[in-house]
Ligand binder design. Structure first.
Ligand SMILES: NC(=O)c1ccc[n+]([C@@H]2O[C@H](COP(=O)([O-])OP(=O)(O)OC[C@H]3O[C@@H](n4cnc5c(N)ncnc54)[C@H](O)[C@@H]3O)[C@@H](O)[C@H]2O)c1
Length: 355
């Protein structure tokens, strides 16, 4: 079978995950790995000895043999890279958010939608088995009419100042996934929202935000997201769930990052499904993308850059909205410094960069 030639740009935490998944499948030939950081390039050379390791992304764009680029550096670099990918005729797998400003993101939507090249972005929840099984269950009518979508994702993850500065505060960097999945379930566009946030540890930006609102079709939602969940606790934990309420039944899911449990309570059927969590589901994304490149037909499951731009814009809007509703600060920067120091020495924690 002909393998697809790809160049990966950005070999940090996510780049490493992509490499691992692509190496497991037999669909990819990882021709290049690019990172501006020497330590990351050394790691790439160890993990993928057959790849050419470069510091300058231009080498990848200039090689006519490369069919796909994987854009896994930070949000400030992606717009330029997407422009170069389109100019050099390469398909695109991008990390989210598509860029560091909403205006750039909509420019990227326009240019990728105009191009015949394939592009996708890693809205990973859309590729998870648990959300797919809940959505399928809803579509059978077992919970009656979909009415209320409740989502919570609280972890002792990435603290302010640890990285991802271009990705924005926690509700944008991570929260845009939950914004996106709420819209995916509702099958409708956002109509109204009210947001309340907390500037934990007196940091300049909120690191916890809760919002609720409506979709155009009348479905209501609430989302609670924060990386403020006990970073200094002796034993760390998290709280992550979705709770879907219909006019007749309910469907919900919770996970511990290892196992996810889906509970479906419909009018004629009750199911409890327990399966491995599945991480970031890059195996699904990469396979759907490879199949699309090989067949020339876009897999319908591939998230679009437009989906990501909508989620990103809405997450930024929620952060703005929260500023207009009393935005308190609790704690102090000294505690935040303790958290950063503690997390630097952690080997096994939540969302650790440079593991
Ligand atoms: N989809 C998801 O669930 C998910 C989860 C985490 C992160 N992300 C996204 O993935 C992206 C990367 O996140 P990460 O956690 O891997 O960050 P990271 O800091 O671990 O890695 C980023 C890497 O990019 C490199 N880099 C920076 N600029 C570069 C350039 N111009 N050319 C080449 N390399 C460059 C850095 O040296 C670093 O090694 C972010 O935009 C983030 O929002 C997505």
């Amino acid at each position: 079978m002909n393998k697809i030639k790809i160049g990966l740009i950005g070999f940090g935490r996510m780049g490493g995950f992509y490499l691992e998944e692509m190496q497991k499948s037999n669909q990819w030939d990882i021709v290049y790995i690019c990172d501006t950081n020497l330590k990351s390039r050394k790691k790439a050379a160890e993990l993928s000895p057959q790849s050419v390791i470069v510091a300058d992304e231009q080498v990848i764009f200039d090689d006519p043999e490369v069919q796909v680029v994987g854009l896994f550096a930070l949000a400030d670099t992606r717009k330029k890279q997407i422009e170069k990918a389109i100019a050099s005729g390469k398909h695109i797998i991008a990390e989210k958010p598509a860029s560091d400003t909403v205006a750039n993101e909509w420019e990227i939507v326009a240019m990728t939608e105009k191009s015949p090249l394939l592009s996708t972005i890693n809205l990973y929840l859309r590729n998870s088995w648990y959300h797919k099984s809940i959505k399928n269950f809803i579509s059978t009518g077992e919970i009656g009419e979909l009415a209320i979508i409740r989502i919570c994702h609280l972890t002792p993850g990435l603290a302010p100042g640890e990285g991802h500065e271009y990705e924005g505060p926690s509700f944008h960097d991570c929260g845009m996934h939950y914004v996106d999945i709420a819209r995916w379930y509702a099958g409708s566009e956002f109509k109204t929202v009210n947001a309340q946030a907390m500037r934990m540890w007196d940091y300049k930006d909120p690191w916890w935000l809760q919002c609720h609102g409506t979709f155009e079709n009348g479905v209501v939602f609430d989302i609670t997201q924060g990386h403020v969940y006990g970073q200094l606790a002796k034993n760390q934990t998290h709280n992550s769930y979705i709770d879907i309420i219909g006019t007749k039944g309910i469907a919900r899911m919770t996970h511990d990052f290892k196992t996810a449990v889906v509970e479906l309570h419909g009018i004629t059927q009750t199911h409890r499904i327990e399966k491995p969590f599945g991480g970031k589901n890059m195996d699904v994304l990469c396979q759907q993308f490879a199949d699309s490149v090989l067949s020339g037909e876009r897999h319908p499951g591939l998230p679009t850059i437009r989906d990501a731009a909508i989620a990103s814009e809405f997450a930024w809007y929620c952060l703005e909205n929260a500023k207009s509703n009393d935005l308190p600060a609790i704690g102090n920067l000294q505690t935040l410094e303790e958290i950063r120091k503690h997390r630097r020495t952690l080997k096994n924690g939540y969302g650790l960069i440079n593991q």
